[in-house]
Design a protein around this ligand. Structure first.
Ligand SMILES: *Cc1c(COP(=O)(O)O)cnc(C)c1O
Length: 227
């Protein structure tokens, strides 16, 4: 991807973010995280030059490799993938600014335990399977409040900052909408428990997600596209 392409992609996405957020509320601020899992460190650098500062990866190994190559740039790195138990220590050592995909109490306990050993904390989001799809990770919506509060109360090295969801995998906009609404309702109920981030929306559905209250979108293919 060259710089002209990167500017074009960013302009398009920023324009869309702007109109979607204004349709919700003039004070609604949306963070854009570029998901670079299918892209090279060079592509990340190109987007960085055009102003993008937050990037996310879904594999610990890729996060390690790319963040090492780009260590001289002040990039905020996010982790958005399924975390394998044998990769937890590596992830902790990489100091991600936010881990979006805490998917169960068991995983949270394991992460908290290893964080305590290293005397560190990690900002995390609880992933909610609001589309209720077998292929998706995350806690079921009816268990989300209880799980969130439980982690918040008992696992002191995990700093829970909010919730994350992947929109329903369908063409049916109403079904996608419903999955986002479910997560937003849970997010609203957790605001008194310190939830400030509602991470939802990807290339195909970020406009809808923002209109329904997302304040962090994770955009991959649309930000790295080549046309
Ligand atoms: C890949 C990925 C994205 C970005 O997907 P696009 O459709 O390419 O924008 C967002 N969130 C997660 C968790 C992902 O794995």
């Amino acid at each position: 991807m060259n710089e002209n392409q990167a500017i074009k992609n960013l302009d398009e996405i920023i324009t869309n973010i702007e109109s979607s957020r204004l349709s919700l509320n003039a004070h609604h601020i949306v963070q854009l995280v570029a998901i670079s899992k299918y892209n090279t460190a060079d592509d990340i650098k190109t987007l960085y030059k055009c102003g993008q500062r937050a990037f996310g990866e879904n594999k610990v190994q890729d996060l390690k490799e790319k963040s090492e190559i780009l260590a001289d740039l002040p990039i905020s790195w996010h982790f958005v993938g399924r975390l394998q138990t044998n990769k937890i220590n590596q992830l902790i050592d990489l100091n991600p600014v936010l881990m979006h995909s805490l998917e169960s109490v068991e995983m949270a306990k394991e992460l908290d335990k290893r964080l305590k050993v290293k005397n560190k904390t990690m900002n995390c989001l609880l992933q909610i399977n609001s589309a209720k799809e077998d292929t998706k990770a995350g806690v079921m919506p009816q268990l989300a409040l209880e799980t969130y509060k439980n982690i918040k109360k008992t696992l002191s090295n995990i700093n829970l900052c909010g919730v994350m969801s992947i929109g329903a995998h369908t063409e049916d906009e109403n079904v996608i909408k419903q999955s986002f609404k479910t997560t937003k309702e849970i997010f609203d109920l957790l605001k008194n428990d310190g939830a400030t981030i509602c991470s939802m929306g990807m290339s195909g559905d970020y406009k809808l997600a923002i209109e329904l209250g997302s304040n962090l979108i994770r955009v991959g293919s649309a930000i790295f596209k080549e046309n």
